[in-house]
Design a protein around this ligand. Sequence first.
Ligand SMILES: [Zn+2]
Length: 366
Amino acid sequence: MGKLDISRDIAEFINERKVFRRRQKKRLTKPFPWQHKKTLVVMKVVALLLAKHCHLVSKLKDLHPWIVNSGATSHMCQDKEVFSTLKQLSKSVNIVLGDGRALQAAGKGDITLDMVLPNGESKLCTMHNVLYVPSLSYNLLSVSQTSQRGNIIKFSESACYILSNSHKLIAKAEMKCGLEYNVVNKANVTCSLTNEDAWHRRFGHLGLCNLQKLSRKELVKGYKFDTSQELTFCESCTHGKQHRTKFPTSVRRAEVPLCLVHSDLCGKMNEKSLSGAEYVLSFIDDKTHFTWVYFLKRKDEAFEKFVEWKTMVENESGVKLKALRTDNGGEFTSPRFQSYLKKEGVVHECTVPKTPEQNGKAERMN
Ligand SMILES: [Zn+2]
């Protein structure tokens, strides 16, 4: 029979800890922090607060968070929609609340939650034999049912961690209002906005270092930021910092030499060459990938070098240059360069500004 008796929280809580400690002693060589007396005291206080302030927790009805509860003998959920499987109970199960009220469980089933881990990754966790209690005000994750499956629960001052029996982190529950540990899952992650996250958003998604600096130097009145806290995963920041989608690999290739030539001017170099050159002008033939390189002392030599190169290659190959692909550099878009290309009937293919990927061959050459 499933029971929720918050007034008996502490007795059950301590009893469970004793059973749990005995089990852990057998399994582990290293003790967990919660096994220390000090942490146990903190946990007792948490249980007391839970009993005293359960009416406050019920105000969170709209959010339906999952609360880690040591008094509940079973996981309980009030939302039918989240069950992946739900069966009717053959026998009725009564849930007794701290104030003596009894609630009826309407079914039993499995629920899969998408847990958000501290590193921002998410992990699917299935809870079995969860009681469906429609009149509950919030969902409960039972400590005893979790530990009965061999999982380990660690409590700290600000969070509770659920680990598998192989010590892998399964889920994290954050302390809310100093009263309860709310399980951080994707459905509730928007409700679990911490104070630090709120400041991060208020300042237009300002980075952690700068938020800490504001606090350290006391630059903002009424600004309360815990510098020891890390920011939780921010989806907007991730989207904002994303660049653009990958450029598709070009499949078009010139069929004859000099049909398309890629060119780029590289420089100014930090060091001059022995002959005093500071720029490198390259021409790459799309068909043969044959490359010519010229070293220039000044940018404006590019035009003369281009004319010189064009005359040379056309004489050598007997074919005419048909298209030249460059970026929008001034040396290629100057009126003199443009009118020469027009006169010679050479098509000038310019890249879209700030998109060097479109002239990938010449850029990689540089
Ligand atoms: Zn952000």
